[in-house]
Design a protein around this ligand. Structure first.
Ligand code: ADP
Length: 447
């Protein structure tokens, strides 16, 4: 096992990883930007190295500085968390060539899944059901229009390099093709410096169902059941739960096996997530695979009792998985609410600032992953998520009751958060019924 790990991230996920390492007896090195001197992760780690100025580009994305920090502190491995460099194959490759272990899959696998149209192709070859659509990236507006005609409107144009819901446009008819397609290309070029696109059939009112995977370097692959991430705003997840009420035992079995097949098809190792769209008729389609730990991983940890960060570290150090598929049992129901420093009443504008008052809920079955503390100043440079509130009940009804109680107790003053908005979701009658799709927020809140 590693003696020392560098965590190439910040915020709650850096803290989450530091804690896992500490429990495993592994020393930790934090990296921080000039804006994060006072951040919790900087303070909690055994060592901390400043890697650059506030903007992510010069610090949390500064590969050379991060590798130097790892070498300088004699760390043996780097955990990238999520976001930042977590799905950057060049960074994984740099780690590999500098004799550092990248805690994640091999760089070649990141590459394979990182380009979403390439990933589609790989999956089609492996006989995995993908959303009907283009076989390759689309080369021109004309080609796109022709394709859309054969697929049938509505379609969705998606950026090959996409992520975070960016570079995606729904197109309902040919006369709006050019305008929407061009605007998706522009957004993709700005966000990813890559405007290449692919086209999929737009599935009406689907659910986003993803399966958590664990795979070791010896070909053993397990799934840890699903997360229902249908509650989204602008294609970004807001609330996640496990299990999904939309899935029968039989469907769970079939989707789980398909997720394992996806991971096996590419020779995956580490923790990963296979994302599917599930339509109303019960058909499901591969959408993409995320080759990193995800924000919503605690939901799975709560219902399976398996610590995914520890498993990732064990796999990266060369250990074999010591559990079988039959050992993984789903118990109870978990829900996660993402708590963001943003103002739902003002178009969800980010609301950084100083935490003037803070009360974090607790109690039986309540988990809060956060890097906030009283007096902490949330910097304006990074993602607006400041906490994850996760609850586990014996069943969905109890989990909802716990979430309602915990959200009601949560106090964050000095900044504006979406806590009240989450409270409205959890109290919505259609949410309570489990009658949800990816359009839930749009429909119920007219936004
Ligand atoms: P990203 O990588 O940017 O997160 P995804 O491919 O995971 O993008 O898609 C994000 C969300 O966009 C999905 O969860 C779903 O709500 C919506 N979406 C993507 N593709 C389709 C599709 N073909 N039909 C309907 N909705 C889609």
């Amino acid at each position: 096992m590693f003696k020392k790990i560098l965590i190439a991230n910040r915020g709650e996920i850096a803290v989450r990883i530091i804690r896992a390492c500490r429990e495993m007896g592994i020393l930790t090195v934090a990296i921080y930007s000039e804006a994060d001197k006072e951040a919790l992760h900087t303070q909690l780690a055994d060592e901390a190295v400043c890697v650059g100025s506030a903007p992510s580009k010069s610090s949390y994305l500064n590969m050379e500085a991060i590798i130097s920090a790892a070498i300088g502190t004699k760390a043996e491995a780097i955990h990238p968390g999520f976001g930042f460099l977590s799905e950057n194959s060049k960074f994984a490759e740099m780690c590999e060539s500098c004799g550092l272990v990248f805690i994640g899959p091999k760089s070649s696998i990141i590459d394979k899944m990182g380009n979403k149209s390439e990933a589609r192709k790989t999956m089609m070859n492996a006989k995995i059901p993908v959303v009907p659509g283009s076989k390759d990236k689309v080369n021109s507006i004309e080609e796109g229009k022709e394709l859309a005609k054969t697929i049938g409107y509505p379609i969705i144009a998606k950026a090959s390099a996409g992520g975070g819901g960016k570079g995606m446009r729904i197109i309902h008819a040919e006369d709006e093709f050019e305008m929407n397609y061009t605007s998706a290309v522009r957004e993709a070029e700005n966000a990813f410096s890559d405007g290449s696109m692919y086209i999929e059939k737009y599935i009406e009112s689907p659910r986003h169902i993803e399966f958590q995977i664990l795979a070791d370097s010896y070909g053993n692959v397990l799934h840890l059941y699903e997360r229902d991430c249908s509650i989204q705003r602008k294609h970004q997840k807001v609330l996640e739960e496990s299990p999904s009420v939309a899935i029968s035992e039989d469907l769970r079995e079939r989707m789980g096996s398909m997720a394992v097949k996806v991971a096996k098809a590419i020779g995956y190792s580490s923790a990963g997530t296979v994302e599917f769209l599930l339509d109303k008729s019960g058909e499901f389609y591969f959408m993409e695979m995320n080759t990193r730990i995800q924000v919503e991983h605690p939901v799975t940890e709560m219902v399976t009792g398996i610590d995914l960060i520890k498993e990732m570290i064990k796999i990266a150090s060369g250990e074999k998985l010591d559990i079988n598929q039959e050992d993984i049992k789903l118990s109870g129901h978990a829900i996660e609410c993402r708590i963001n420093a943003e103002d739902p009443k003002n178009n969800f504008r980010p609301s950084p600032g100083k935490i003037q008052n803070l009360h974090i809920p607790g109690g039986n079955g309540i988990r809060v992953d956060t890097a906030m503390y009283l007096g902490y100043v949330i910097p304006p440079y990074y993602d607006s998520m400041v906490a994850k509130l996760i609850v586990k009940g014996n069943n969905r009804e109890e989990a909802i009751q716990k979430m309602r109680s915990a959200l009601g107790e949560f106090v964050v003053e000095g900044i504006t958060t979406n806590i009240d908005f989450q409270y409205e979701i959890i109290n919505n009658s259609n949410f309570i019924k489990g009658d949800i799709s990816t359009h839930f927020i749009e429909k119920e809140f007219h936004m």
